[in-house]
Design a protein around this ligand. Structure first.
Ligand code: 5GP
Length: 191
């Protein structure tokens, strides 16, 4: 191994006024994704599914998840927004970017970064159901069960977490922190 192979990029430090508390380390996430991919293979391995990545937050999770899935499937993307730049939900969901492929008669695996109130998922589920898929299964990396007022059913869940705002591994705070290899809670501290 040469000196370049040994170098590891350090993730950015917290923004001013923030302290990050790690909830799930990179290693935990890798391990959980390996387990999830086995569960997904058992249910969808012979169904030629379409994996739908909900942008932007799920892009890192989906990139790692699909590389653990060893059966035929296609991937497509959509983008829904409900939060804007705030940490408080606006209560409204809209589709900013739609799928390129038809999902009619296809088995869909809808992959989210996080289910909080369940509002986004509920909206996406009914939107996709109107397109006559063969089935829809839901996979999320994170779930805040205490806040899921919509009581949305989840088929594959990475981690249940407390009702706190988290960043990293694709999830952002005002566009920052998506590159963190771990999932962390953000604490506000005085500057
Ligand atoms: P829901 O509609 O379930 O309330 O919220 C779903 C969306 O809210 C997620 O896709 C994500 O964009 C955002 N969100 C909810 N909780 C968090 C959080 O703790 N951290 C971040 N970065 N985004 C969150």
């Amino acid at each position: 191994m040469n000196q370049f192979n040994q170098m590891r990029l350090q993730p950015e430090p917290p923004l001013p006024g923030h302290r990050l508390e790690i909830l799930h380390e990179e290693q935990d996430i890798r391990q959980r994704i390996a387990e999830l991919s086995k569960e997904i293979r058992e249910q969808l391995g012979d169904k030629d599914p379409i994996v739908v990545c909900v942008l932007k937050g799920a892009f890192v999770f989906v990139a790692d998840l699909v590389r653990q899935l060893d059966f035929p499937f296609t991937v497509d993307f959509l983008r829904a927004s409900s939060y804007g730049d705030s940490v408080v939900t606006s209560g409204e969901v809209k589709l900013d970017l739609d799928l390129q492929q038809s999902i009619s008669n296809r088995h869909v695996l809808l992959v989210e970064d996080i289910v909080d109130t369940g509002l986004t998922l509920k909206y996406l589920q009914s939107n996709l159901e109107s397109r006559n898929p063969a089935s829809i299964k839901i996979c999320t990396l994170l779930h805040k069960p205490l806040n899921n007022v919509k009581l949305t059913h989840i088929d594959f869940c990475g981690f249940e977490i407390p009702n706190d705002f988290v960043v990293g591994y694709g999830l952002d705070w005002q566009g920052y922190y998506r590159n963190l290899p771990y999932i962390a809670q953000v604490h506000q501290v005085s500057k």
